[in-house]
Design a protein around this ligand. Structure first.
Ligand SMILES: Cc1cc2nc3c(=O)[nH]c(=O)nc-3n(C[C@H](O)[C@H](O)[C@H](O)COP(=O)(O)OP(=O)(O)OC[C@H]3O[C@@H](n4cnc5c(N)ncnc54)[C@H](O)[C@@H]3O)c2cc1C
Length: 366
């Protein structure tokens, strides 16, 4: 793949390498006379996994899932979360936090942070790492964890590959439920949604704003196994855990079929302090039309806990607002969408907010 999911920035690497071992990654870093940029599935949206004239490391060459134990699994960093699950679910185990889309790499999401529907309970994916092996810019392979080389452990989680290449990770596992009850609830205001995101006793929570014909809010609240009742839902469905965690698969197939998957995706994603979040969300949506989001655009709202990822600055009690735009035919031009992202980031920063670093904001604002 050249470029990335964003489809806006297209840089040309001098060389693309597909290392097959940690030592090969380390050797490339040791011998490099310019930038070396790791790439997972390149689902970032503004060139974060690209290099202009440097060496691109295609980490999909390193994707083995090693030993699965009841409380942990060891994986190579180029493995996707789908590949991790394929190895752990037969043992009745799962990572506690999964991305919505499973076809992104462990190394890529740990380097961004990794936010999922269970992040209100378990923190980010980067919070759920027990230890890492990292190929450092000096070309050494170094093991790190909260107890050992904490500086490196903290620099690479959320570090976008700038302080070393993650080659292997030991990830925490928990028992996987068999069944999931999925509730959908409706709210009229951002404030009511944010309150529900804090209050509901669900295992998975994901809010969403919909233009219909005015902005309304919906919440998916999923309860694993025989967990507590959620009242007030206008829809309840039951499914298997395996199907639930792979719920995006049919939508992705449809987006590929429609051509939407290949179009530019100028995604704007910010963290807002909870006490100012409703106002920022409502002001942002007030100036957002259907054309500003595109045919398959989405607005996602969640309240992740960020436990201990120092390289990813977030405000206290963060709310994540993700304006997932697609430059579909007839929608606003990507440049107009990028400008909207710049305004969103400005608005977020004015209240103490920060950005999710795989978003699409032109560098002068970054
Ligand atoms: C459909 C879709 C759904 C998504 N859902 C989520 C979601 O639920 N939660 C979420 O948090 N994000 C999500 N993302 C956002 C984002 O794409 C990911 O967080 C991450 O970028 C994806 O991993 P990747 O393998 O594509 O990483 P890439 O885009 O390839 O890389 C991301 C960054 O990490 C660096 N990197 C890659 N591999 C390594 C490595 N081994 N060591 C060090 N640095 C490395 C790259 O240089 C780059 O800076 C989604 C994206 C898409 C397109």
């Amino acid at each position: 793949m050249s470029g990335d999911f964003g489809g806006i920035v297209r840089l040309v690497a001098r060389e693309v390498l597909r290392p097959r071992s940690a030592e090969e990654v380390a050797a490339v870093l040791r011998d490099a006379d310019g930038p070396v940029v790791p790439r997972g599935c390149a689902h970032s949206t503004y060139g974060q996994a690209q290099t202009d004239g440097g060496v691109l490391l295609d980490m999909r060459g390193l994707r083995a899932v090693h030993r699965v134990r009841p409380d942990r699994v060891t994986v190579d960093a180029g493995a996707t979360w789908r590949e991790v699950l394929e190895a752990t679910l037969p043992h009745g185990r799962t990572p506690p936090v999964l991305t919505d889309h499973l076809d992104v790499t462990v190394g890529g999401t740990l380097s961004a942070g990794g936010v999922g529907g269970a992040s209100h309970r378990h923190g980010l994916q980067a919070d759920q790492v027990l230890s890492l092996e990292v190929a450092t810019p000096r070309g050494e392979v170094v093991a790190c964890s909260p107890e050992r080389r904490r500086d490196l452990f903290d620099a690479v989680r959320g570090g976008l590959g700038r302080h070393g290449v993650i080659v292997r990770a030991v990830l925490r596992l928990v028992p996987a439920p068999e069944r999931v009850r999925v509730h959908t609830l409706a709210y009229a205001t951002a404030g009511a949604l944010l309150d529900a995101l804090r209050r509901l006793p669900a295992d998975h929570l994901q809010g969403r704003a919909k233009l219909d014909p005015v902005w309304r809010y919906e919440l998916t609240a999923a309860v694993y196994g025989s967990g507590p009742e959620i009242t007030g839902a206008f829809e309840v469905a039951e499914t298997s855990y395996a199907e639930f965690v792979d719920r995006m698969r049919p939508d992705v197939a449809e987006l590929i079929r429609l051509g939407e998957w290949a179009r530019p995706h100028p995604w704007g994603i910010v963290f807002l302090p909870a006490r100012r979040a409703a106002a920022v969300i409502e002001a942002t949506l007030a100036e957002t039309t259907a054309a500003d989001l595109g045919l398959s655009g989405l607005v996602l709202i969640s309240r992740p806990v960020v436990r201990n990822v120092p390289a990813l600055p977030v405000p206290p009690d963060p709310v994540m607002l993700a304006m997932l735009r697609t430059a579909s035919p007839g929608a606003a031009d990507p440049a107009v969408m990028l400008e909207a992202n710049r305004r969103l980031l400005e608005r977020a920063r004015a209240v103490g907010g920060t950005r999710y670093p795989i978003d699409a904001v032109p560098p002068e604002a970054g």
